[in-house]
Design a protein around this ligand. Structure first.
Ligand code: C5P
Length: 226
């Protein structure tokens, strides 16, 4: 099996839709690789801030992407470090600030092009579960199964609220709802690879579904396809 023919499941959707958790669980159930593409955008934005590169300086960001020492095989969430110049920055990448910075650089077509190759190289046997915003529309248009996972903005903000409370952060639910809506607006209105379901994607609204039910739905959809 070559890189091009390894099977791919794409799981796209807005932040807080549970994509990361579901993608990770599906990859673990199948024994496949997992690509968290949002981490690439977060990592590049984080490195840019560290190097005082403006988040709208497209050519400097592209040059930075070309020299960042990132391999396609990102660590699995929760159990490994993401190293930048030898320092573990995994925790810092998950902050609201890193997410907002990632969403700002993600509007730049040059940045998206610079990250494309990294992502496509993750397609390796026995298979890949790729999680992001444009996995099914741009990065892996020939994916074996495309899913678009979503939930209402309030449900997504409530999930984030619980996560932040669990790690001892003081947050205001209404401002999280506003943040979620602002990020959705920016991600879906940009001209470069806007957030939208691929025409051939199966759309799952998991506002009222738990993790196990959502994973079961994805695996069932896969078994029907391949
Ligand atoms: O998924 P995550 O919240 O980590 O992504 C952070 C930001 O990176 C998103 O809000 C989005 O703007 C951008 N992103 C993207 N395309 C991807 C993954 C993430 O534009 N495939």
């Amino acid at each position: 099996m070559t890189t091009e023919t390894a099977p791919v499941i794409t799981i796209d959707g807005p932040s807080g839709s549970g994509k990361g958790t579901i993608s990770h669980a599906v990859a673990a159930a199948l024994g496949w690789h997992y690509l968290d593409s949002g981490s690439l955008y977060r990592l590049l934005a984080f490195a840019a801030v560290r190097e005082s590169i403006a988040l709208n300086d497209e050519s400097a960001l592209v040059a930075l992407a070309d020299r960042l020492p990132v391999s396609c095989q990102l660590p699995e969430p929760g159990d490994a470090a993401i190293l930048l110049n030898g320092v573990d920055i995994a925790g810092e990448l998950r902050t609201e600030a890193a997410g907002a910075a990632a969403s700002r650089i993600a509007v730049l077509p040059g940045v998206r092009a610079a990250l494309l190759d990294w992502q496509q190289r993750c397609r390796q046997p026995p298979g890949l579960v790729a999680d992001g915003r444009d996995m099914g529309t741009v990065v892996f248009p020939d994916a074996d199964l495309k899913l678009f996972l979503t939930a209402s903005p309030r449900v997504r903000a409530e999930r984030r609220y619980k996560q932040l409370k669990n790690i001892g952060k003081k947050v205001d639910l209404e401002s999280l709802v506003a943040d979620v809506e602002a990020r959705d607006q920016r991600d879906s209105s940009r001209s470069a690879a806007p957030l939208c379901a691929a025409d051939d994607a199966l759309v799952i609204d998991n506002s009222d579904l738990n993790e196990a039910d959502t994973v079961a739905m994805v695996l069932e959809a896969l078994h029907k396809k391949i």
